[in-house]
Design a protein around this ligand. Structure first.
Ligand SMILES: [Cu+2]
Length: 149
């Protein structure tokens, strides 16, 4: 009887030990998400997309932070050429100018430098703070604005 009791106590202790091991092993990961997380820094979207429709640029005006990549996607039926004001020289955005199209400086100017066909897109990263008006070089009455803060 005593022997059985001792065996029973040993078995119980082993079960408790194994149970505790499993509990700690599997409990720990599930606790992790409940730990206080460091605050997420406020990040504005690093990318903005503007649709070119038959009517307009959508949205017509966007406000972004310096360093944001803006992508124009032509969803209109005609080719579209987004470029900095003023038409036709495109020199308002610093460093820009239509005469730089086709040169090594083309990548640094606010000018698609060609008509984007339906479905095509063009991107530009704005590193200059300011209010930058632009237009469709192939349809200059279509205008938009990028506000960079
Ligand atoms: Cu133009």
């Amino acid at each position: 009887m005593n022997k059985n009791l001792i065996i029973g106590v040993i078995v119980l202790l082993v079960l408790v030990g194994v149970g505790y091991y499993i509990f700690t092993k599997y409990k720990a990961p599930s606790l992790a998400p409940e730990l206080p997380q460091p605050p997420t820094p406020f990040v504005t979207p690093a990318e903005v997309t503007i649709k070119i429709t038959d009517q307009d640029f959508e949205p017509k005006e966007v406000e972004i932070t310096k360093g944001t990549k803006v992508t124009w996607v032509n969803e209109s039926s005609k080719p579209s050429w987004p470029a900095s004001d003023e038409h036709p020289t495109h020199r308002v955005y610093p460093g820009s100018g239509i005469e730089k199209c086709g040169t090594s400086e083309q990548v640094n100017i606010f000018d698609a430098c060609r008509g984007l066909n339906k479905g095509e897109s063009w991107s530009f990263i704005f590193n200059e703070v300011g209010e930058w008006y632009y237009h469709d070089h192939l349809n200059p009455s279509k205008t938009g604005e990028i506000v960079v803060k």
